[in-house]
Design a protein around this ligand. Structure first.
Ligand SMILES: *[C@@H]1O[C@H](CO)[C@@H](O)[C@H](O)[C@H]1NC(C)=O
Ligand SMILES: *[C@@H]1O[C@H](CO)[C@@H](O)[C@H](O)[C@H]1NC(C)=O
Ligand SMILES: *[C@@H]1O[C@H](CO)[C@@H](O)[C@H](O)[C@H]1NC(C)=O
Ligand SMILES: *[C@@H]1O[C@H](CO)[C@@H](O)[C@H](O)[C@H]1NC(C)=O
Length: 633
């Protein structure tokens, strides 16, 4: 994570205290995204019911977040948290803060021995989130014949946590968020046993990671046992990825309408989906001649902004085949905020967008659920027109390639901070690269790293210095081949050269896993091919000449290898073996990738990578399978 000096902070803190802090952090960071926001901090204080006046709470939160959030991005990472809580040990603020964490109310504290984690610690989760997710899932999977054994879930009970236990609902939700992630044929649906349930959960977790969820601290056990805060954290990530999928300029060029005076297209592309949504809401408010909002928490509590946005985006009947829906604004006059929110939600319902929030969530300004509410509204009624502006260079809007997406998902699943939304723009200060170096055990001297906020003047200089250091580390410490790559290429987002570095990072990461399993023995492409050949030969299957072998296009070598590692796992009746059309190849590949995940490998490659025999991604698939095979013995 992004820390001024994680080593030092960790070094001076006793392990028990570190554990306690980690615990506290995870309690606040319920979506396990590796950071807590000012909002979450705020909620924590409010929920804690401290005998403090409101202004004092605000002061404390301000003080804490300004001291903690060292890089001023509105997000407090664990390391920032440790540094400051530790530094403030004896102060009033720290005491209050600790008390708040220990007394968290309204956010449920889980009691009872069976639900406590092995360390005997307590976790908490938000009841509102549970209700929201249950309703969302009930609706999304309403007609799915494979989920009828658990749906509809009752939002007032703990149904959700039991229902998630066999992995089916989670697999379905992942596939809904990113279509075609999971091959339906690999989900175990009938006569489930502990073993086949475990397989479903493996499939779900490894697929979640492949779509960019940060699942490092969650295991199949946690899902099976329905550990509430972990289940909700994972679900939120999955749901959010689905909600945000189209809030991206290359997928929806009409978003360019949100460009402001004096802004470049690149400025707009740099915005995160959260920022784009806020932009969008304000655009609609501006069109309606209403005041702007700064957030989806305090600023939407009175429902006024929501009323105006609904009114603005509701179909007017000017589009063929879409009947007009007139929003009834009468409820705006309602004096009581809760009643007003209720009336507003009745109108949202008429648009089919009453999702994620209750009137109480609106009035309390729950930031997470309100964000989801707005994202869903945007997806259904974007109400934006692609501008016909001559000055816009439409050709510079390029969709993400498969390779770029795979790298991005890989790094996000490792929990880099901030989350990477746009591969090149978000790496321009190399901060994420440094975190990846740490993941491959290349030590980073954080004193040499410039951290945000960068002053306006010379900000790119600071970023460039970081990039130079990143290239230097790659050459000197990681011993990468970086011929012709300079810091400037990363900073400017030269695609080819950035990808070259990223590939070496991902490759090293993959090989490290194998070397750890093999007690440090060096591993290279040949080692992997030899292992694959031996394993295939032993099982009486054809071998491969390398990662470019044309036979890989049919996925048969991968399927055979999976079947050799876990005997009888491949249903060959589902596999086409001869005279394959492109579609049949893709079908085999989908089956192979999902099966690899199901037997427990974290494969990031996509089916197309096998069909097209992309040697790099093919190598990662075989390397992951080798790791799985080595664990077998
Ligand atoms: C996954 O998504 C694809 C495409 O949307 C669909 O054809 C398939 O049936 C889905 N599978 C599951 C497991 O939901
Ligand atoms: C939301 O923005 C308003 C200003 O428009 C500000 O007063 C308020 O503190 C913000 N709320 C949160 C939770 O950040
Ligand atoms: C990226 O770097 C390569 C190699 O130096 C160069 O050929 C290419 O023109 C650069 N691309 C851009 C867009 O600058
Ligand atoms: C794997 O087997 C192929 C024959 O299919 C052979 O050409 C190749 O050299 C072998 N590679 C290794 C590394 O064992």
């Amino acid at each position: 994570t992004l820390s001024p000096n994680p080593k030092m902070a960790a070094g001076s803190i006793a392990p028990e205290e570190m554990e306690e802090l980690r615990e506290a952090f995870s309690k606040v960071d319920v979506d396990s995204n590796g950071h807590i926001s000012t909002d979450e901090l705020n909620d924590l204080f409010k929920a804690a019911n401290l005998p403090l006046p409101g202004y004092r709470v605000r002061e404390i939160v301000e003080e804490l977040s300004s001291t903690m959030d060292l890089n001023k991005d509105g997000k407090i990472t664990f390391d920032e948290f440790v540094n400051v809580v530790h530094g403030l040990k004896s102060s009033d603020v720290a005491k209050t803060f600790r008390k708040a964490i220990n007394k968290k109310e309204g956010i449920y504290s889980v009691g009872g021995t069976s639900e406590q984690s092995s360390a005997g610690t307590q976790h908490s989760y938000s009841e509102e989130e549970k209700v929201a997710f249950v309703n969302w899932i009930n609706k999304a999977l309403e007609k799915d014949p494979d989920c009828q054994h658990v749906l509809p879930m009752d939002p007032t009970t703990n149904d959700l946590f039991t229902a998630m236990g066999d992995g089916i609902v989670l697999c379905k939700m992942i596939n809904l968020s990113v279509a075609d992630t999971i091959d339906e044929r690999t989900i175990n649906k009938k006569k489930l046993t502990p073993f086949t349930i475990q397989e479903n959960l493996n499939l779900a977790l490894n697929s979640a990671s492949a779509i960019g969820c940060h699942v490092v601290n969650i295991g199949a056990e946690d899902l099976k046992e329905g550990r509430q805060h972990l289940v909700l954290g994972l679900l939120w990530q999955v749901i959010k990825i689905g909600l945000f999928a189209d809030i991206e300029i290359s997928r929806n060029e009409a978003l360019v309408a949100l460009l402001r005076e004096g802004e470049s297209l690149e400025d707009l592309m740099k915005l995160s989906p959260e920022e784009l949504l806020l932009r969008w809401a304000n655009y609609q408010l501006e069109q309606a001649g209403c005041p702007k909002i700064n957030n989806f928490s305090s600023d939407i509590k009175d429902s006024k902004a929501y009323y105006n946005i609904l009114n603005q985006v509701a179909p007017k009947g000017d589009e063929e085949g879409i009947p007009p829906i007139a929003i009834d604004m009468f409820g705006l006059r309602e004096k009581d905020e809760l009643h007003r929110a209720d009336c507003m939600l009745v109108q949202a319902d008429r648009l089919g967008c009453r999702q994620f929030v209750t009137a109480t969530d609106v009035v309390r300004g729950n930031p997470k659920l309100n964000l989801a509410f707005v994202a869903n509204l945007f997806n259904k009624y974007p109400a934006l027109k692609k501008p016909e502006n001559q000055d816009i260079d439409w050709s510079s809007i390029e969709g993400e390639t498969r390779e770029e997406r795979t790298f991005r998902n890989w790094m996000n699943s490792l929990g880099v901070n901030p989350r990477v939304n746009h591969l090149y723009l978000d790496l321009s200060d190399a901060l994420v690269i440094f975190q990846l170096y740490e993941k491959i055990k290349v030590p980073v001297d954080w004193d040499k790293v410039n951290k945000p906020p960068y002053t306006k003047l010379g900000s790119n200089m600071k970023k460039l210095e970081n990039c130079n250091y990143a290239v230097e580390l790659g050459k000197k410490e990681a011993k990468f081949s970086l011929v012709g790559i300079a810091g400037q290429d990363l900073n400017e987002g030269n695609r080819t050269l950035t990808l070259a570095l990223l590939w070496q990072l991902m490759r090293r990461y993959t090989l490290n896993i194998l070397e750890e399993l093999g007690d440090g023995q060096k591993v290279n492409d040949d080692t992997i091919v030899t292992w694959v050949n031996n394993t295939l030969s032993e099982a009486g299957k054809p071998t491969i000449s390398g990662f470019k072998d044309g036979s890989i296009s049919s996925s048969l070598p991968v399927l055979d290898l999976i079947d050799s590692i876990q005997h009888g796992s491949i249903r060959y009746d589902l596999v086409k073996t001869e005279d394959l059309t492109d579609e049949e190849k893709l079908n085999n590949a989908k089956y192979a990738i999902s099966m690899a995940r199901k037997i427990g490998t974290r494969v990031y490659a996509l089916p197309e990578d096998l069909v097209e025999v992309k040697p790099k991604m093919v190598m990662t698939v075989f390397a992951c399978l080798m790791a799985r095979g080595m664990k077998r013995v």
